[in-house]
Design a protein around this ligand. Structure first.
Ligand code: CP
Length: 272
């Protein structure tokens, strides 16, 4: 059974630390490893992406490999081919498969049948690679993660869930502030509240949740924006955090909605 990366919960705390060490080392010396020399990696996107596509495609290239970007629209899946058969065929040609999908069952089915590792590049419930990238930023900002406090304010979506899973695994205190109806169904180790000020108090990092996610939220966008208006990350909320606190964001941002323009481009952001 290949080692898949679907939620982040597959990792032990030691594996997570090693992974972040390795990522930080590669970031400081790009193209210093040829771990994927002569291999291809399938990057299958069913949903739009800017950052994930570019970072994975550039990352595979920098490791000496060939990134094979696939769009569902161009595949025989649109003519009824099974996920299972797609998994079997891709596994014969590539070293790993990344998938971005809005359908969690598609990810699970792919992982069940692929004979190479499957990496979740965003699904309806999880965005573990986003959370890993955020932990890298926190390591760069604070040196270590143990005992650090990350406060997420806004919709309890896939990013919130992944930050809860991976952040608590790293020994952090993760707080998620969301109104009723938008909170995580399970805490995944995080402290849940409906009060953004309580979550922000003394935190090392504040992270706003995007209220209208792609693929499903658009029909109720106006109601969602109204319900989440009090959860906007602005300078006043950031002032409640620790003096050296930083602002994070998964992007794409919607200035004036989940974050103010002042915070997004301000001195305390570590977003860009
Ligand atoms: N953060 C993130 O997943 O960005 P993209 O949707 O642009 O890949």
């Amino acid at each position: 059974m290949p080692l898949h990366f679907l939620t982040g919960a597959e990792l032990s705390a030691d594996q997570l630390t090693s992974l972040l060490d390795r990522a930080l080392s590669l970031k400081s010396a790009p193209a210093s490893s040829r771990a994927l020399e002569g291999r291809s990696v399938a990057l299958w996107f069913e949903k739009p992406s800017t950052r994930t596509r570019v970072s994975f495609e550039a990352g595979v290239f920098e490791l000496g490999g060939h990134p094979l970007v696939l769009r569902t629209d161009d595949m025989q899946l649109t003519r009824g081919e099974r996920i299972r058969d797609t998994a079997l065929v891709l596994s014969r040609h590539v070293a790993a498969i990344g998938l971005r999908t809005g359908d969690e069952s598609q990810l699970v089915e792919l992982a069940e049948h692929a004979t190479v590792p499957v990496v979740n590049m965003l699904s309806l419930r999880h965005h573990p690679c986003q959370a890993l990238a955020d932990l890298m930023t926190l390591r760069e900002a604070f040196g270590s993660l143990e005992g650090r406090v990350l406060a997420y304010v806004g919709d309890g979506n896939n990013v919130a869930r992944s930050l809860a899973i991976v952040g608590t695994l790293a020994g952090m205190e993760v707080r998620v502030a969301a109104p009723s109806g938008f909170q995580l169904a399970e805490p995944h180790g995080a402290v849940l509240t409906d009060d953004p000020a309580e979550a922000a108090a003394g935190a090392d990092a504040l992270y706003p949740g995007v209220g209208v996610s792609m693929g499903g939220d658009e029909p109720t966008a106006a109601a969602r924006r109204e319900a989440l208006a009090a959860y906007r990350l602005d300078d006043a909320l950031l002032d409640r955090a620790a003096p050296a606190a930083i602002a994070l964001h998964c992007l794409p941002a919607h200035p004036g909605e989940e974050i103010t323009e002042a915070v997004l481009y301000g001195a305390r952001q570590r977003i860009w």
